[in-house]
Ligand binder design. Structure first.
Ligand SMILES: [Fe+2]
Length: 151
C-alpha cells in the first residue's frame, strides 16, 4: 500500500508546476480538491516547497523525505546522465559527493535545500546521499519502463 502511495505521490507532488509555475505549491490545493484529495495529501504535496514557495512545514517522515530528495534526485540524475553508462547503477557515493560539492554542477539543484532536508530528517548529509542514491539504483529500471509507457 505504501509503495503504491509513494509511486503516485512521486508523480503528484508537482501537480501544479507545469501549468502554474509561478504559483507552485500554492495552486496545488485547489487542483487536488477537484479530485477530492484528503487534507493529509494536500499538506504532503504543499510541504515539499517549504521555505521556497510555501510555509507548509514537512511533518511526517514521508514529507521530510520528499523535501530532502526532490532537489537531490535531480542532482543525482544529472550526474548519472554525465556517466558513460548514463545510469545510477555504477555510481559510487564518492562520485556523488564530488558532484554535490561542485557548485557549478547542476547549479539549479539547491545544496542548501538538500542540507536542510537532511537536517529535518535528523540524518547526516552522507546518509541522505547514500540512501537516495541506493533507492534510485533500485528503481531505475522500473522508472525507465514507466517513462516509456507514458511517452
Ligand atoms: Fe516541486
Amino acid at each position: 500500500m505504501m509503495k503504491i502511495f509513494g509511486e503516485r505521490f512521486g508523480l503528484l507532488h508537482d501537480v501544479d508546476f507545469e501549468c502554474y509555475p509561478e504559483e507552485h505549491c500554492k495552486k496545488a490545493p485547489e487542483l487536488l480538491k477537484e479530485i477530492d484529495a484528503s487534507e493529509e495529501l494536500i499538506h504532503a504535496v504543499c510541504s515539499h516547497g517549504y521555505g521556497i514557495c510555501t510555509n507548509v512545514e514537512p511533518i511526517h517522515q514521508m514529507e521530510k523525505i520528499l523535501f530532502a530528495t526532490d532537489e537531490l534526485t535531480g542532482l543525482i540524475w544529472a550526474a548519472a546522465k554525465m556517466r558513460p553508462s548514463k545510469s545510477t547503477k555504477d555510481m559510487e557515493l564518492s562520485s556523488l559527493k564530488k558532484k554535490f560539492k561542485d557548485k557549478k554542477f547542476a547549479a539549479g539543484c539547491s545544496r542548501d535545500v538538500i542540507k536542510k532536508g537532511a537536517e529535518q530528517l535528523g540524518w547526516e548529509l552522507d546518509e541522505l546521499l547514500h540512501k537516495t542514491l541506493d533507492a534510485m539504483k533500485e528503481i531505475e529500471d522500473e522508472v525507465e519502463i514507466k517513462m516509456i509507457e507514458i511517452n
